[in-house]
Design a protein around this ligand. Sequence first.
Ligand SMILES: Cc1cc2nc3c(=O)[nH]c(=O)nc-3n(C[C@H](O)[C@H](O)[C@H](O)COP(=O)(O)O)c2cc1C
Length: 197
Amino acid sequence: MTDQRQPEHAIHPIFTTRWSARSFTGETMPESDLLAMLEAARWAHSAANRQPWRFSYALRGDRNFDQYVGFLDDGNREWGHKAAAIVIVLSARRTKPTDGSPPRPIGSHSLDTGCALQSLTLQAAMMDYIAHPMGGVLPDKIRAELGVIDEDYKVECGIAIGKLAPAEQLPERFRERERKSQRRPLSDTAFRGEFKG
Ligand SMILES: Cc1cc2nc3c(=O)[nH]c(=O)nc-3n(C[C@H](O)[C@H](O)[C@H](O)COP(=O)(O)O)c2cc1C
């Protein structure tokens, strides 16, 4: 299998350059780099511009970095502990009106937040970082320790961010998977006129 990515149509190279590696160097990163990634996320599009995404993060070296590593499930913690930053991604399930009216559900909170996640990971790739999303987090622990109210916010995922290290530095069971994945053909995904899903 090749780990070369060959797009079927001409696209900006960042889309195939970005990938979810697991091997991090264990270095720290400047907060300004992470803030640039979060800034990219900030400018994502969302339904009615409600911007329901929220991020809570710790940088390697922070007092609570180990706490954030502890928010990952066992499999992700095995490699994620070498990241330079761990970001927890949440989405607001409902509005917070300031005029006394009752909160209204935000139907697209997860979809909107996925847009922001993509902006963050692409900005990271442009800055020569790996930003690896992880659904494998511990929502109960995150809610309990960060004081997140489930009715208000959904814990969406975590992101491990850092600089790429050689695959050989990974625990053995992850090494084989440390390659750029391929995609289904576009014709299996996008249909002109008739839906063939
Ligand atoms: C919402 C979401 C959850 C994911 N959860 C995990 C996870 O828990 N652990 C993991 O190693 N990778 C996880 N990934 C990474 C995917 O496996 C990866 O994006 C996919 O295999 C495509 O590979 P690429 O990102 O290298 O292109 C997740 C990705 C997304 C978008």
